[in-house]
Design a protein around this ligand. Structure first.
Ligand code: ADP
Length: 393
């Protein structure tokens, strides 16, 4: 069966078509600037590339262009859309009612809509993608795979916030966690590589957005992101953990509205805010090497925060078998990985520098490291395709 995976953002969408016979990727692509002048679709089949530059006024038009690309005479990969067995959608927030991947029906859509209150940027876009597919290929099964689902095994002692209990009862204010599909993939893959599915793992996803999870016997026990993706590690543009009073202070001192402070802490903070330079770690590493002190500070703060969480999760789990790195930074930056784990010999962690010089799936700890350290390139799209196949075959 062929499965199309769609990940809709507010003005962009990514897609991949899988042949589930061997889980190969038949094509992948990206649509940028949806509903903004200068929309662009880039469709890749192996080394071949089709680019379509034409204004697309909404997600329905964008997905129509995706289907045209899939059917294209020269760059297409299917003769008819009937060849696509089902469509898997990445959905950000499933709250605590949509706790696993599910076939989409009216009830699921209503719940995704309800959780717009916690995922105001992503859930509306995810819904637009779902509705567009329903309209363009009626009758085709659509499956939702939630970023929050994997974290639903957290116990109350790690997901509750220490605020009056009625806010949890009335509004469901609690930690949900995100990047769940990535943490799930890394957990499964780490288990496969080491031949066990009951491992205690710290999964470290470092990318544009970063999060870290404590996995107890293969299940999520704690994670760094919260009600929304803002909590936890420093990120490209998000502050991560902060005393909430800072927001109150800025609101009364500068007259910001709740939306404005939200924007500042989500879009203008993190390593971008501290360095004043970039949210991209390649730029920051280069600037820091050339003596830029604020770039160095931003990197040091980022690294220190990751170390603090690793230490905390080691204490929470009691015993850790593996630490696995994923995400654009976790997979590509040997420097950051080394800085995150250096001087931890006392805790049983020893990195082998030559093994660490890699971007491939591999073990990077030394043979005498009690805790194994792995690089596990994540594959959220494949997880979505597998769930979609499982639910619809
Ligand atoms: P997303 O969270 O959007 O999926 P990725 O996981 O692809 O993002 O991570 C993107 C980030 O990875 C970039 O912003 C960049 O900072 C970082 N990155 C990619 N390659 C490298 C590298 N070689 N060294 C350091 N950072 C890198």
């Amino acid at each position: 069966m062929k499965i199309l995976v769609i990940n809709c953002g507010s003005s962009s969408l990514k897609y991949q078509l899988f042949d589930m016979k061997d889980e190969s990727v038949l094509c992948k692509g990206l649509v940028e600037r949806i509903a903004i002048n200068g929309s662009k679709l880039t469709h890749k089949v192996g080394d071949k590339k089709l680019v379509v530059e034409e204004d697309m006024k909404d997600h329905t038009e964008a997905i129509k262009h995706v289907f045209n690309a899939l059917l294209d005479e020269k760059y297409g990969v299917v003769k008819s859309l009937d060849e696509i067995g089902a469509i898997g959608h990445r959905v950000l927030h499933g709250g605590d009612t949509l706790t696993k991947s599910t076939i989409i029906d009216d009830h699921v859509k209503a719940k995704v809509e309800e959780f717009i209150k916690f995922g105001p940027l992503h859930n509306p876009a995810n819904l637009m993608g779902i509705r567009a597919c329903e309209k363009l290929v009626p009758g085709k099964k659509n499956v939702a795979v939630f970023d929050t689902a994997f974290h639903q095994t957290m116990p109350a002692k790690t997901y509750m916030y220490a605020i009056p209990y009625e806010y949890y009862e009335d509004y469901r204010i609690r930690k949900f966690g995100f990047h769940g599909t990535s943490h799930r993939y890394v957990t499964l893959r780490t288990g496969q590589l080491l031949g066990r599915n009951d491992l205690n793992i710290i999964t470290v996803h470092l990318g544009n957005g970063s999060s870290i999870s404590a996995i107890k016997e293969g299940k999520c026990f704690d994670t760094s992101m919260g009600l929304t993706p803002l909590e936890g590690l420093l990120m490209g543009t998000r502050s991560g953990d902060i005393d909430p009073t800072v927001m109150n202070f800025l609101m009364s001192e500068k007259g910001y509205t709740p939306e404005e402070v939200n924007q500042i802490f989500n879009k203008k903070s993190g390593v971008l805010g501290v360095s004043g330079l970039s949210s991209d770690f390649r730029d920051l590493e280069e600037a820091a090497d050339n003596g830029n002190e604020r770039a160095r500070l931003a990197l040091d703060m980022f690294i220190t925060r990751v170390r603090k969480y690793i230490g905390g999760y080691m204490a929470e789990l009691g015993h850790v078998d593996v630490i696995s790195f994923a995400g654009g930074i976790g997979e590509n930056s040997a420097t950051i990985r080394k800085a995150v784990l250096e001087n931890m010999e006392e805790y049983g962690i020893v990195i082998d520098d030559s093994r660490n010089d890699t971007r491939e799936e591999s073990v990077i700890s030394a043979d005498n490291s009690r805790i194994k350290v792995l690089v596990v390139p994540t594959n959220e799209e494949l997880m979505i395709a597998r769930d979609t196949l499982e639910l619809t075959k």
